[in-house]
Design a protein around this ligand. Structure first.
Ligand code: ZN
Length: 278
């Protein structure tokens, strides 16, 4: 079996590693899609409201202070429910990507519902924000056999959903770039907590962000993509944001790392990187 191909440094500035900071702004939709009955449970819902009310403004302040641009994936329903923070994200110059409508976990046995969710999510971002998203991150990274066709048919530039590579790649026969993800660089498995509805453990911020920094250092050594996935409602709490600030500063201090939005990385890969990497 051939060894996994190690690409040469190909990113702008001779960087061997690209890094993107991504935030899935789910607010209440992550809870409601899992269990619609939580609409009558204000305590559960309040965890999502925190993301819109407190976390997004704080994260925007942090990104502004550190002079970094990020990608926010926003479900259409969240844009409708929380137009103000969604507009703040757009007006600060960050990229906005597609993240479903009500954060539905799409099912292979119901393609019509998935088509509706996909189209409605795009329409809501257009109606509320006048934004046409160029990338799609499926809620929960759940894809079905039709998902990538929907991304391609919508004329999108990239998908950020799959875990089968350490580098971006182009889906065969398309112009859709995949920006691979990993649960190990996602805040939700470590911090998302509810006695009934989610994990039953809460990790220590310093340890989790230490693991993220270790991953960044290792990706820097290997080369490839460091695609950090965060959620305002999860990571927008004080000690976690302090750790995120530390990670941002570590990122900026490293040589040979290209920090960019998902759109920038996908566009570069499609036009240049995939050819250099061969
Ligand atoms: Zn999400």
């Amino acid at each position: 079996m051939p060894a996994y191909e190690q690409h040469q440094p190909v990113f702008p500035g001779g960087a061997r590693c690209a890094a993107c900071l991504t935030f899935d702004f789910d607010a209440e939709s992550g809870w409601l899609s899992r269990d619609p009955s939580v609409k009558d449970r204000p305590g559960v819902i309040s965890q999502g409201v925190y993301g819109a009310r407190v976390a997004v403004p704080r994260i925007l302040e942090l990104l502004d202070a550190e002079q970094l641009r990020a990608t926010f994936f926003i479900p259409g329903w969240v844009a409708e429910r929380h137009p103000k923070p969604s507009e703040m994200i757009r007006d600060a110059g960050h990229e906005i990507g597609h993240h479903g409508y009500l954060h539905e976990r799409n099912r292979p046995e119901d393609p019509d519902q998935e088509r509706w969710n996909f189209a409605r999510g795009i329409e809501a971002l257009r109606e509320v924000l006048d934004v046409r998203p160029l990338g799609y991150r499926s809620p929960g990274w759940d894809l079905t056999p039709i998902t990538l066709d929907l991304v391609r048919d919508a004329g999108m530039l990239y998908s950020s959903n799959l875990m089968d590579d350490a580098w971006p790649y182009v889906h065969p026969g398309t112009s859709v770039v995949e920006l691979p993800v990993q649960w190990s660089v996602d805040d939700a498995p470590f911090f998302m907590f509810h006695p009934t509805y989610a994990n039953r453990t809460i990790q220590i911020p310093e340890l989790v962000y230490g693991a993220f920094r270790d991953e960044l250092a290792a990706v820097h050594e290997w080369g490839g993509l460091f695609n950090l996935t965060m959620h305002p409602q999860v990571s927008g709490h004080p000690a976690r944001l302090n750790e995120l600030r530390g990670l941002m500063r570590a990122l900026k201090s490293m040589d040979g790392v290209w920090i960019a939005t998902c759109e920038e990385i996908a566009r570069f890969w499609l036009e240049t990187g995939s050819k250099l990497a061969r």
